[in-house]
Design a protein around this ligand. Structure first.
Ligand SMILES: Cc1ncc(COP(=O)(O)O)c(C=O)c1O
Length: 460
């Protein structure tokens, strides 16, 4: 699709790797894809790929060898921790950075370290991605704060639970921004509450790092500091499987990791082990150097772009998408508060009354090369609430009669998306609605039906 020169986002289009690579439509035509699925994963900055290529020329084992290349890459790797801390406003001494593969990996590592008994109590929320629910749920007792009618987190419910369990909650874990509605949570207020009741706060940063400036430092004082922050690099324009846990060093030093092996010890004898402190304690085995290099470059590029610009750009696209879906796509149902959008990153979920969500996502890709996400976005408890599918008395049941198999379609913007991308989506939706028969994709519909018969839920 041809883009106008003055459209915001174009500046960054040319800096994305593969943005004009052609994909095949159902009719065999090859066109550039339009990616409206940035909340799942973003394309890479070309400069990130180039940085990885450059750094691989001087690549050697990390923290283990004496060769020049080994020493060069060890410096890049270890000094990178300070760059990560600076990016999220974490004090260099108080916090440490554990490199990980992604947010899921980071949350599991954190949960396996911090949870020391199945009787430990964690307060989470009903708007979390499974990555910030199941790692806790599977290891200890969990309680959940609920959302309001618009899907915003009810912070008062968090306070109610903190009061009710009277200093027994060890950790409060919450998303900085939702991957379903894009709501940005007031994690500082949550931090203040958690600390007041003797808990530590963990923040899932997967959907914030590429979209809003984030600081672990409290604005009104130390009580509002964030204790642990986790994010993925593949959602911030680096594709190399990097990620980070930024956390309180003292606390991490006092716990033990999930993985054991080389690089995490001071000494091992026949009968004993002297473990190193964090971060080495949590990074057994040879590390993911390209992942770290890519993430560090992405951090630099995002910081240069500036989060004021990114925020404003995403708000423009979000406003345009909302207005056009409301006014030009008559059967669209939008989720979340679409009037007051200042506290939303560029994520929008919707349905068309007459086209099932998977079918719609398939058609957008097959006929317009528009990539979106569909179903429940690994946030089943939240999507069910937004859809009005949760019956409180049946909320715990997993049988077919109680698991909703409804879902939604999600669009999510990146720094390089343009207003033309939004307009292309609207035109594609209008085309699907105007000529449903022309798009009847029998194999898609039957695949949906077959899966439904097998498991009337959704794994996504
Ligand atoms: C809010 C949130 N948390 C966690 C994750 C998991 O991230 P990853 O798949 O990179 O582990 C995602 C992924 O979409 C997410 O949106």
């Amino acid at each position: 699709m041809k883009k106008s020169q003055n459209s915001a986002g174009n500046e960054y289009r040319s800096r994305m790797l593969g943005i004009d690579a052609l994909v095949k439509l159902k009719n065999g035509r090859r066109v550039p894809a339009i990616n409206l699925d940035n909340a799942a994963t973003t394309p890479a900055f070309s400069d990130v790929a180039e940085e990885v290529r450059q750094k691989l020329m001087y690549y050697g084992s990390i923290g283990r060898g004496k060769g020049q290349k080994s020493e060069i890459s060890t410096v890049v790797y270890t000094e990178g921790r300070s760059a990560v801390k600076k990016f999220v406003g974490a004090d260099n001494k108080k916090y440490t950075v554990l490199y990980c593969n992604n947010t899921t990996d980071g949350m599991n590592k954190l949960a396996s370290a911090l949870i020391t008994s199945p009787r430990d109590l964690v307060l989470s929320t009903r708007m979390e991605h499974h990555a910030n629910d199941l790692p806790w749920r599977e290891r200890c007792r969990t309680v959940y704060a609920d959302v309001d009618g618009d899907g915003r987190l009810r912070i008062a419910d968090m306070e109610r639970l903190l009061q009710k369990y009277d200093r027994k909650i060890k950790y409060v874990t919450v998303a900085a921004a939702s991957n379903v509605t894009g709501y940005v949570n007031d994690v500082r207020t949550v931090a203040g509450l958690a600390h007041r009741y003797g808990a530590k706060i963990i923040v899932d940063g997967a959907q914030i790092v590429a979209h809003r400036a984030f600081s672990m430092l409290g604005e009104k004082g130390r009580d509002e500091d964030i204790d642990f922050f986790v994010f993925s690099a593949h959602k911030m324009y680096s594709p190399y499987g990097g990620g980070a846990i930024v956390g309180l060093k003292q606390e991490l030093d006092a716990h033990l990791p999930a993985f054991y092996g080389g690089g995490m010890v001071e000494a091992v004898t026949d009968g004993d082990v002297d473990y190193a402190d964090a971060p080495d304690l949590y990074e057994a085995g040879s590390p993911n150097y390209p992942g770290v290099v890519g993430m560090l470059k992405a951090i630099q590029l995002l910081s240069e772009a500036g989060f004021d610009y990114i925020r404003e750009h995403e708000q423009t696209l979000l406003r345009r998408a909302i207005d056009k879906l409301r006014n030009e796509v008559p059967s669209a149902i939008l989720y979340g508060d679409c009037d007051n959008i200042e506290d939303r990153v560029g994520i929008l979920t919707f349905n068309l009354k007459t086209v099932e969500n998977e079918d719609l996502a398939d058609r957008l890709a097959a006929y317009s090369a528009i990539a979106v996400r569909h179903a429940k976005f690994c946030a089943h408890t939240y999507v069910d609430r937004l859809l009005g599918e949760v019956v409180p008395s049946e909320a715990d049941r997993l049988d077919a009669a109680c698991v909703s198999h409804k879902g939604m379609v999600r669009i999510s913007f990146g720094i390089y998306n343009t207003e033309e991308d939004v307009d292309a989506l609207i035109a594609a939706l209008q085309g699907i609605l105007a000529q449903p028969d022309a798009f009847a994709a029998v194999e898609v519909t039957s695949r949906v039906a077959a899966r439904r018969n097998k498991y009337p839920g959704d794994r996504g």
